[in-house]
Design a protein around this ligand. Structure first.
Ligand SMILES: Nc1nc2c(c(=O)[nH]1)N[C@H]1C(S)=C(S)[C@@H](COP(=O)(O)O)O[C@H]1N2
Ligand SMILES: [Mo]
Length: 523
């Protein structure tokens, strides 16, 4: 039996609209109180909205994740947050309407959603039991608000029979109360976001940080390492243009004063460093090109920067690792983990605990105040940002974030080359045209790049000078283009003489492969 107090359809519609708004306000209050309790009593990441979002990120199946990265690129986080917002808007509207139809029905829906948030929160990698509190407190506040608001709408006495002059539900009053609840929701949410350490605090700490000069500065790359071709990827990637890939919906807020790095596990001596300890070390500066395993053939998920840091091998040596430890498991402030082969870190390459990027402290998005950088390995097995913990262990004992999701445990970067100019489907004029791009095979180096037009012979491109085998190389080739539609293809050969494979592979499980091509029209 549906118990509405209005017998006129128009009025019933008006009550429903008010109930829907009340549902939205109650839903917002749930989230707002969750934010506030998380910030005051637990941790910002324990707030229901973020906990559910982060859990969603962790549970997203591979096909959906690849689709999201392909479709939305680096906006995938914004798209997820907006999508969650839309779903919650629909669900809280439904909560209001359900509560109007049947007392407690909306509250039950809200409680069910709260239970999902609790499960998500307590299962976050860095969670304690207290992480349940924000969602519980939020649901209590939201349920009270929903009961109060919609209860008033339904308050008309049931005995008023048909035709009787039933008292009108106090819609205007409920609307005002709804506005008050919405205001409270905004206050608690904003209060929660402002309480404790904010992103602004972290940025201020970063601005205040003065990095020491490197004891061992980066060798200046040869002038001939840069080619002057319009549209070619810049040799050094500006911090603001550097690709960003991580699982963090909300940036970890770590300030140098609180940062600690613990080195433990299969070691003879546990080591703990604070940020001043790192600043006091003999730092080195190295140019290293990073690449994400999710990069598609021809994709943009690679960047080149000058990193300031301390050699990881020397750092680990301080802990005197057990020779049986073959895995370095690094953990970030937000619980992300990467597993790096110990032999790679200690084979003499410039694997770093990095604190500087292109002459500045690490940007917050890129791991402030400290991260790992290991030349030659994809980021997911090596480049832990906001790193706080290094454990020496074994591949047969431990797994990391992405290996738990089926990605390869060992992931050297595959040789890759990309045509930047001309762009896909460019309109060119017949005659002399420059074809140019970058190629990388970190730690093996690039020995040759070749270009092919349609099914013609492969032609050697001109290679810019090599700064080191850990850095990508620009290349260019002069093309005497004839009218018509043409396909340009590129392939590289690494420093060991191994040619880039034309076998097409998707990023999963150990990196994409295949030759990049662009189609152009020449007139
Ligand atoms: N804490 C943390 N570190 C992380 C990741 C992450 O999700 N969380 N992603 C890794 C991956 S997959 C890559 S490719 C690099 C990207 O580093 P960047 O964002 O600075 O380019 O960071 C690595 N470090
Ligand atoms: Mo990555």
């Amino acid at each position: 039996m549906i118990a509405t107090t209005d017998r006129q359809p128009g009025r019933r519609g008006a009550s429903a609209a008010v109930a829907a708004l009340a549902g939205i306000a109650a839903g917002a209050l749930t989230l707002g109180v969750g934010e506030l309790v998380a910030a005051v009593a637990v941790e910002p990441a324990a707030a229901p909205f973020l906990a559910v979002g982060n859990a969603f990120v962790d549970l997203t199946p591979e096909w959906l994740k690849s689709f999201a990265i392909r479709t939305f690129g680096e906006n995938d986080k914004q798209v997820l947050l907006a999508g969650m917002g839309a779903v919650l808007l629909v669900l809280s509207t439904a909560g209001g309407l359900l509560e109007l139809r049947r007392r407690r029905a909306g509250v039950i829906l809200l409680t069910a959603l709260g239970a999902v948030a609790v499960v998500a929160a307590v299962n976050r990698p860095t969670a304690t039991a207290a992480w349940a509190l924000p969602a519980v407190a939020g649901v209590i506040a939201g349920a009270l608000a929903l009961t109060l608001l919609v209860g008033r709408l339904r308050a008309a006495p049931a005995e008023a029979g048909p035709g009787a002059d039933a008292p009108r539900p106090p819609r205007r009053q409920v609307l005002l109360l709804t506005a008050a609840v919405a205001g409270l929701a905004v206050l608690t949410a904003v209060g929660g976001r402002r309480f404790g350490r904010t992103l602004a605090d972290v940025r201020a700490a970063r601005d205040a940080l003065r990095l020491p000069a490197a004891a061992d500065p980066a060798p200046a790359p040869p002038a001939a390492a840069r080619l002057d071709v319009a549209g070619l990827t810049p040799y050094v990637t500006a911090n603001g243009d550097f690709y960003r890939v991580d699982t963090a919906l909300d940036l970890p807020r770590v300030v140098p004063a609180d940062w600690r790095l613990r080195i433990h596990g299969m070691v003879r001596r546990e080591v703990e460093l604070d940020f001043d300890d790192v600043l006091g070390l003999d730092l080195v500066e190295r140019m290293i090109t990073l690449t994400c395993v999710s990069n598609e053939v021809g994709g943009e998920l690679a960047g080149n920067a000058v990193w300031l840091g301390y050699p990881l091998a020397d750092l680990l040596a301080r802990a005197d690792p057990d020779p049986d430890a073959d895995l370095l498991l690094s953990t970030s402030a937000d619980g992300f983990t990467a597993g790096t082969p110990v032999d790679v870190v200690t084979d003499g390459r410039d694997a770093l605990l990095a604190i500087g990027m292109n002459g500045e402290p690490l940007p917050v998005e890129h791991g402030f105040p400290a991260r790992l950088v290991v030349p030659g390995l994809y980021g997911y097995v090596s480049a832990t940002k906001w790193v706080t913990d290094l454990e020496l262990t074994r591949f047969d004992r431990a797994t990391a974030y992405w290996t738990d999701r089926g990605w390869a445990a060992k992931a050297p970067i595959k040789t890759a080359s990309r045509i930047d100019v001309p762009g896909s489907f460019a309109d060119l004029t017949a005659g002399r045209n420059v074809v140019a791009g970058v190629a990388w095979a970190q730690h093996r180096g690039i020995a040759a790049v070749e270009v092919q037009v349609d099914d013609g012979d492969w032609r050697r491109a001109r290679l810019a000078a090599e700064a080191s085998t850990d850095v990508w190389r620009q290349w260019s080739w002069e093309w005497d283009a004839e009218p018509g539609n043409h396909t340009l293809r590129v392939r590289a050969t690494d420093g060991a003489g191994e040619r880039q494979t034309d076998e097409q592979a998707p990023p999963f499980p150990d990196g994409s492969s295949g030759w990049h091509s662009v189609v152009v029209r020449v007139t």
